[in-house]
Ligand binder design. Structure first.
Ligand SMILES: Cc1ncc(COP(=O)(O)O)c(C=O)c1O
Length: 341
């Protein structure tokens, strides 16, 4: 499979803007910081998943799917964007959400409802089984739903949480191509790209893009929001090997090119940290841009830390990817995060 030949549907508005954050740079004493506005991908309130869904849903269409089933947390950005994208393509969406049905419908879940998702199933609400067990229950539920749909004469297509790694890799390699060409227009080239890393396919794609469109010279740094460095590095390395083999692009990306920092997770996924609060408020108050508390706030906290620790030269060009997630700010679970500012 050649990278240019992979089928893709058009969902988002690309290229997304690349804006220079001069006030933030000045406040931090350099480097030059640019923000890739993937929160402005143009559908369902935007976010990184649209780049991946352009590939995943092309595959769904090819299989003549009528109904897309996907899984995620109750406040998943991924399921919100999957529902929005499916509406655009005339596909039904069924969601399997990990966790208890909340009393109040807020944040991403509110948007899922507004988008008119056909069915929403909540799993793992009783007794809070450990996460691995909830994941298993969610996948089991999704496969029961798929069986039922087949009996009804429908064609289900399953998208795992965060999309398959190959679709993330394709989507985010494409993002690097945009960044390189947008900076080239300004007579610049990226030294580093920084992103929040969850399931990690965004980071995998950015690193693939660094090798495809930047000769491997663009440092890609992932700030983990959930998983320890070793585990995430292994996963990204595996995903890269899989993508390179699948796409037949004749390159190998060494494991030591994978850079993950795991010191901004705090007490756990989705739980606020002081660094996240500081970063979110600083960017909002210097640049008027709103980050999210679960991913980009922690990602930006990581970037700020790297800058304060002298990781970059003043004249370096660093790109932070705003991967979206802002509806998460309005989730009931985040009600206390900025209650006193
Ligand atoms: C807003 C936002 N940013 C970043 C990420 C991380 O992307 P990935 O799962 O590809 O690591 C996600 C999803 O997990 C997300 O929803």
């Amino acid at each position: 499979m050649q990278i240019g030949n992979v089928e893709r549907v058009s969902l988002g508005i690309f290229p997304t803007p690349l804006v220079e954050l001069r006030n933030l740079s000045e406040r931090l004493g350099g480097p030059r910081i640019f923000m890739k506005r993937d929160d402005m991908t143009g559908l369902g309130l935007g976010g990184n998943k649209l780049r991946k869904l352009e590939y995943a849903l092309a595959e769904a269409r090819k299989s003549s799917a009528t109904t897309v089933i996907t899984v995620g947390g109750v406040q998943s950005n991924h399921v919100r964007l999957t529902a929005a994208a499916c509406n655009r393509l005339g596909l039904e969406t069924i969601l399997v959400l990990r966790g208890e049905e909340p009393e109040t419908v807020t944040g991403n879940l509110l948007i899922d409802r507004i988008l008119g998702v056909k069915e929403i199933h909540f799993v793992g609400g009783d007794g809070y089984p450990p996460k691995g067990e909830i994941d298993r229950l969610a996948d089991e539920k999704a496969s029961q739903i798929a069986d039922r749909l087949r009996k009804e004469g429908k064609v289900p297509y399953f998208i795992p949480n965060g999309c398959r790694a190959i679709h993330g890799a394709l989507g985010y390699a494409g993002c690097v191509l945009e960044i390189v060409s947008q900076l080239r227009d300004r007579g610049l080239a990226p030294d580093a790209i920084v992103t929040a890393s969850g399931t990690s396919s965004t980071q995998t794609g950015l690193l693939l893009g660094s090798y495809l469109y930047g000769g491997g010279e663009i440092d890609v740094i992932g700030i983990s929001v959930a998983t320890d460095r070793e585990t995430l590095t292994e996963r990204i390395s595996r995903q890269l090997d899989g993508a390179c083999a699948n796409l037949d692009i004749g390159i190998t990306i060494p494991k030591d090119a994978v850079r993950v920092l795991d010191d901004h997770i705090g007490a756990g996924y989705g739980l606020p940290t002081e660094g996240m609060r500081e970063a979110l408020l600083l960017v909002a108050r210097t640049e008027g841009i709103v980050l999210d508390p679960v991913y980009t706030g922690k990602g930006m906290a990581g970037l700020i830390d790297l800058i304060r620790n002298g990781r970059f030269h003043r004249e370096d060009t660093v790109v932070f990817v705003h991967t979206g997630g802002t509806p998460g700010l309005f989730a009931d679970s985040q009600a206390g995060t900025f209650a006193r500012i």
